[in-house]
Design a protein around this ligand. Structure first.
Ligand SMILES: C[S@@+](CC[C@H](N)C(=O)[O-])C[C@H]1O[C@@H](n2cnc3c(N)ncnc32)[C@H](O)[C@@H]1O
Length: 320
């Protein structure tokens, strides 16, 4: 039976940890301890001034994952176009990538799980014994636990130093997380996800490219259809917003220039931003037709859309 003590390790000394459930703590043989409360293993110190994740942690701990009476999270309301036509498209994009998780296994790591805000993402773990939810935010993990109960393992931790042993995870998903990290820590997060993956396993990482060309072309096409002529710029999401998680996308060139320990393929999550959906997609049959066209493009040319669209799905497979 898959259990939390079978996969955790100390994020600083890398030693194995023993769980004392009665005492509510994990310990290494050298006496380093971590708390285990309400089924959540806490492997992070409190956010400090020089914590690179501080603004992201503050946003999510102080209301980012608060839920309203309609069941919508604050983060979803702020960053997802929830009008029916756009939301159907976004949900179809999530469902399309579910194909990577069909073989199932013991553990699916959801790195930066949040509260598992969408039922389409929740379904990814149907064929796994346990979904390992890891996040900076304890409120998010409480929500994830409300949905998964004992089918989940809950870890408060940092993607750049996972409290997880090497080669133990059958499949990894990390959606909309790594671009929230400070730029100099993003490569370390990719490497950590690779480290914990079992041989034969697959990792799908949804990222956000800085300044890709395809969204600009799609914007021009949408503007022509709407009779607005050429627009000089593609709107930058969150540009003027305050109290938001960090947003530090790097470029395709940056990604390709890294000396990775893995080979990768590009698929696509979605080629356009929510700001595009909000500003250019009417919530009616015209919007549905346009988004149907984008979905067809994503299905027919996933690699191209992954390289040049806004949000690639970067797929890593560890040789068996
Ligand atoms: C935009 S939300 C995405 C949530 C979920 N993956 C989804 O697609 O709905 C980003 C989540 O990543 C978490 N996160 C950000 N930086 C992290 C880090 N360094 N380590 C672990 N989690 C992190 C945040 O706390 C937040 O819950």
């Amino acid at each position: 039976m898959a259990d939390i003590s079978d996969i955790v390790r100390c994020p600083s000394s890398h030693e194995r940890l023993t769980l004392d459930r009665a005492a509510g703590k994990f310990a290494t043989t050298n006496g380093i301890t971590y708390s285990f409360e309400n089924e959540i293993g806490c492997f992070l110190a409190s956010a400090s001034e020089n914590d690179g994740n501080r603004s992201t942690r503050t946003f999510y701990d102080e209301g980012g994952w608060a839920i309203d009476t309609d069941g919508l999270y604050e983060d979803t309301k702020r960053f997802v176009d929830t009008r029916p036509t756009s939301l159907r498209f976004t949900r179809a994009c999530m469902t399309r990538l579910g194909k990577y998780f069909n073989t199932g296994g013991q553990y699916l790591l959801d790195a930066g799980s949040g509260p598992i805000a969408h039922k389409e993402l929740l379904a990814y773990s149907d064929k796994f014994e346990k979904r390992v939810c890891l996040d900076l935010s304890v409120p998010a993990l409480h929500e994830a636990r409300r949905k998964l109960g004992d089918r989940g393992i809950y870890l408060q931790g940092d993607l750049t130093g996972l409290p997880i042993q090497s080669n133990v995870i059958d499949a990894v998903m990390s959606y909309h997380v790594i671009y929230q990290l400070p730029p100099h820590l993003q490569a370390a997060a990719f490497r950590e996800l690779w480290r914990v993956l079992k041989p034969g396993g697959v990792a799908v990482i949804v990222y956000w490219w800085a300044d890709p060309k395809l969204p600009r072309q799609v914007q021009r096409f949408a503007d022509i259809l709407r009779g607005k002529g050429r627009q000089p710029s593609y709107p930058t999401p969150q540009a003027a917003a305050t109290n938001v998680p960090d947003h530090n996308p790097l470029s395709l060139e940056w990604f390709k220039s890294q000396d990775w320990p893995f080979r990768y393929k590009f698929d696509t999550y979605r080629i356009v931003a929510n700001s595009f959906l909000q500003s250019s997609i009417p919530d009616d049959w015209r919007g549905a037709v346009f988004l149907g066209f984008l979905m067809t493009l994503q299905r027919l040319a996933p690699g191209y859309c992954g390289r040049h669209g806004l949000m690639p799905a970067i797929v890593l497979r560890k040789p068996a």
